[in-house]
Design a protein around this ligand. Structure first.
Ligand SMILES: *[C@@H]1O[C@H](CO)[C@@H](O)[C@H](O)[C@H]1NC(C)=O
Ligand SMILES: *[C@@H]1O[C@H](CO)[C@@H](O)[C@H](O)[C@H]1NC(C)=O
Ligand SMILES: *[C@@H]1O[C@H](CO)[C@@H](O)[C@H](O)[C@H]1NC(C)=O
Ligand SMILES: *[C@@H]1O[C@H](CO)[C@@H](O)[C@H](O)[C@H]1NC(C)=O
Length: 510
């Protein structure tokens, strides 16, 4: 958290401003896994339409189903295709097999279908087959060579996907390291990733961490809910959620092998909404909390403590339930959408939600087509504040949670512009409100385990809660920001809303 707190006050608004352009309808870092071990899935064309109505920008297929790859043509959705583990031996031993794999699975579809990555096998290093492990790198190399000779090297990357079980140690995150028996193979694979600028793809599942440690505070930690956090004793970084802790343990493991530049991609993560009676934690509420809060966390652009400021590319597991999968009920219950294309539960993936996550959603503002000024704050502004009578522990928990989720708490640190009054309540109110405003002004972002409430009266602790009913005429800071009013950009109403909102964030910071 130290890194989050020390971030420049100016950087975040700029970052959000930048993000607003990228997020106008999609979030480039949000992907989804499209598994097809099922007999009730909608046709690929319907799925392509569904995806286009969401903020999902990338899809990972486990295979190369041409009907799906074709259906995604001209959608601008990035596509990850994969070779089966059973393809690896021939791909490794015969360059010709790799060439014909590319010739049949890539060339006919690219670039209309935006294939971005080929994953060679799935979780091979933890599959328990030493021969296959040894063949993985040669298979990847042959596919890379085949891409290069088709002049697609660099345009389409080659990698493989690992289970978290490649780590021998993951706690605390700074001590993350790979299993010693895998490091020989991993070194070769990582040199490949490094040389070809391809990502290290891995499948962290806080859900599985929870099932092996089902304490209430572990659940809150896994679901990005208010919790007391876990301090990494080496770095003194306080982790507020399991996802960041897991991803940073991978970062540490990569760094310790000298691969600081190899990027991490989360190839799978998710939470089942249903399970057998003995499957603790598998419920709609938890699945919605995990996936919804994960999306909000990624959109906050906070990154992880070891990789601040940049959300890790994340493929949610999964688009649909796979009803033919063997095993426990939870294995068949990860789907975000039902076969009839409706949401299993709403986590804000609709493309309408993604702009709103950084824009003003004002319930009472008139939908003016061409506002004359972009600095006029909306009517009906609401603030998120702590409920009366909270304990210090509750206030501190909320403060920690909010400050651990991508907002800049520098202004409430000693010497900061909003430090006075130096009370826990005022500091918590500042952080909670900023979290609510930043995370998308959805009432669910002002819940804090039922310890927060929305109010239409500006909190009176200090002037860090702008009184928007008069800010635009009396507050010089508003006038000072108007140089970024984007005149000339010709923004749509949507964009103007976004910038209005960005001004607000900017004002709070500046
Ligand atoms: C997403 O947007 C829709 C339509 O505006 C809204 O009904 C829904 O509540 C939003 N969902 C989330 C999670 O924000
Ligand atoms: C906000 O400004 C209005 C108009 O100046 C004033 O009447 C009101 O008391 C202010 N509210 C707060 C909470 O400062
Ligand atoms: C801010 O700009 C408005 C409109 O241009 C003006 O009426 C107001 O006096 C300005 N406020 C300050 C503090 O300069
Ligand atoms: C607003 O701009 C004026 C003139 O550039 C400057 O003197 C003043 O300090 C600024 N106020 C704030 C709050 O940034």
């Amino acid at each position: 958290m130290t890194t989050l707190l020390s971030r420049s006050a100016i950087l975040l608004p700029l970052l959000l401003l930048f993000a607003a352009f990228n997020l106008s309808s999609c979030d480039s870092f949000i992907g989804v896994n499209y598994g097809v071990i099922a007999d009730n899935l909608p046709p690929p064309s319907a799925t392509a339409k569904l995806l286009q109505s969401t903020a999902i920008e990338k899809v990972r297929l486990y295979g190369t189903d041409p009907a799906i790859v074709k259906a995604l043509a001209h959608t601008d959705i990035g596509i990850v295709i994969g070779t089966a583990n059973s393809d690896i031996p021939s791909l490794a031993s015969e360059p010709g097999a790799a060439k014909s794999w590319i010739d049949s699975n890539v060339i006919p579809f690219y670039p209309a279908s935006k294939i971005i990555l080929i994953t060679v096998g799935n979780e091979v290093l933890t599959f328990g087959d030493q021969n296959l492990q040894n063949q993985l790198l040669p298979a990847m190399q042959n596919l890379q060579d085949a891409l290069n000779s088709a002049s697609l090297g660099g345009k389409i990357k080659v990698s493989t996907v690992h289970a978290m079980a490649v780590l021998g140690q993951s706690e605390p995150p700074s001590s993350g390291s790979f299993k010693p028996e895998l490091t020989t193979n991993l070194k070769g694979l990582l040199e490949f990733n490094d040389a070809n600028a391809s990502p290290f793809a891995i499948n962290p599942y806080p859900y599985f961490a929870y099932t092996s440690d089902p304490r209430p505070d572990t659940l809150a930690f896994c679901l990005f809910q208010p919790n007391s956090g876990r301090v990494d004793s080496n770095t003194k970084i306080k982790y507020m959620n399991m996802f960041d802790a897991q991803v940073d343990s991978v970062r540490s493991a990569l760094n310790s092998m000298g691969f600081k530049n190899v990027e991490i991609v989360v190839a799978e993560t998710g939470w089942p909404y249903k399970g057998d009676t003995n499957e603790v934690g598998a419920s709609i509420e938890n699945a919605k909390a995990y996936n919804g809060n994960l999306i909000a966390h990624l959109r906050s652009m906070s990154g992880t403590p070891l990789m601040p400021g940049k959300p890790v590319d994340t493929y949610l597991f999964a688009l649909y339930d796979e009803d033919l999968k063997p095993g426990t009920t939870s294995e068949r219950s990860f789907g975000l959408f039902k076969p009839d294309l409706t949401m299993t539960y709403d986590i804000g993936l609709s493309s309408q939600n993604s702009t709103k996550s950084v824009s003003v959603q004002s319930p009472t503002s008139a939908p003016t087509a061409a506002p004359t000024t972009t600095t006029t704050p909306s009517q009906g502004f609401v603030w998120c504040v702590p409920k009366a009578g909270l304990t210090d522990a509750q206030l501190q928990g909320n403060l920690n949670y909010a400050c651990g989720h991508g907002i800049d708490c520098g202004p409430i640190k000693a010497g900061g512009a909003c430090f006075q009054p130096d009370t826990l309540e005022a500091h918590a109110a500042y952080a909670m409100n900023l979290y609510y405003q930043t995370a998308g002004r959805d009432p669910k972002n002002c819940d804090f385990s039922n310890t927060a409430t929305l109010t239409s009266t500006a909190p009176s602790y200090n002037n860090c809660f702008l009184n928007t009913s008069n800010a635009n005429v009396n507050d010089p800071r508003v006038n000072n920001s108007s140089h970024v009013s984007m005149s000339g950009v010709g923004p749509t109403r949507h964009l103007i809303d976004t910038f209005e909102w960005l001004f607000f964030i900017g004002l709070v910071y500046l």
